[in-house]
Design a protein around this ligand. Structure first.
Ligand SMILES: [Zn+2]
Ligand SMILES: [Zn+2]
Ligand SMILES: [Zn+2]
Length: 124
């Protein structure tokens, strides 16, 4: 028997969509929406001095988790951790951008970071 108290009520804001999501199930569905339709820019988007879209993680998005990070140094650390992980997993030292439209390109670490900056708005 469901009562008000047993329903999870953690309300989360998707800054990019300006939508409040009130249940875990809806948040998971919302994550899937972004994972299947990732925008090309992951860094913060500022419109008229207002944060229009938060810093998002391209690696987590690819895995179906839509992660929004407010703090810039945490964001950079988070992305760099993914790059490190990717380097550890890849024996052939070629790195790939997690965005589906760039998946065919191979980079070394320096080039990947500058690609993320120029193409995806992630400044390190
Ligand atoms: Zn959203
Ligand atoms: Zn991530
Ligand atoms: Zn890319």
């Amino acid at each position: 028997m469901y009562t008000q108290a047993t329903i999870p009520t953690q309300i989360r804001l998707c800054v990019e969509c300006k939508v409040w999501v009130s249940t875990d199930l809806e948040w998971i569905k919302h994550n899937e929406l972004h994972a299947h339709n990732p925008s090309i820019v992951y860094g913060p988007v500022i419109a008229e001095g207002i944060l229009a879209a938060p810093r998002r993680c391209p690696y987590c998005t690819k895995q179906g988790m839509y992660l929004q990070i407010e703090n810039h140094s945490k964001y950079v650390e988070h992305i760099e951790e993914h790059v490190r992980q990717q380097m550890a997993d890849n024996s052939d030292s070629e790195l790939h951008c997690p965005h589906y439209s760039c998946a065919h390109m191979g980079f070394d670490k320096r080039r990947l970071l500058s690609h993320l900056d120029k193409v995806h708005g992630i400044s390190f």
